[in-house]
Write a protein that binds this ligand. Sequence first.
Ligand code: HEC
Length: 157
Amino acid sequence: MRVMLTKTAIAVLAGGAMFLGIASAHSESTGNKEADFRIAEMKKLGGNMGAIAKVVKGEANYTEALIDNAKEISAIAANMAKLFPEGSGVEASRAKPEIWDAQYAADFQEDIDALQAASTQLVVAVESGDVAMIGAALKETGGTCGGCHKQFRKPKE
Ligand code: HEC
């Protein structure tokens, strides 16, 4: 069940992975437990997306273990609002203060909703085992990560 992707599609996916910061390392503590927990959960999202991307890029064969990766993304998405408690936007965190500004609450919630919808589809796609379908769902999901990061994540220092 392998599909050959064009070089362009692979480049787009690889670029997307970098854009999401999948490869980024962030080891030191922010000094805020809730921010540290959020960052740890975000890293899990990155790791799970990366595992699925390997299969889409043809670097690994499809296995049913990917279903757990997709389900973890979806489970974290379902709880995402709780990862942003008031007061966790500390200096060392890359969460922008706008997250807790009522003016942007609807935008932020929309980004969470978008990830929830896309990751639900990602689970369906991964369960199908169809690599082309997984690739499309992965791209869609990655787009929702990037959408939120663009507006609500501080640039790396
Ligand atoms: C609703 C907004 C939102 C969505 C959706 C979102 N993120 Fe994030 N992400 C953030 C914010 C804000 C930060 C900065 C957190 C901090 O430093 O406190 C972050 C940080 C990260 C980090 C960096 C962690 C580190 O090492 O500092 C990674 C990796 C990451 N996100 C991956 C993802 C992936 C992959 C997805 C999609 C599957 C995703 N995120 C979806 C808002 C979001």
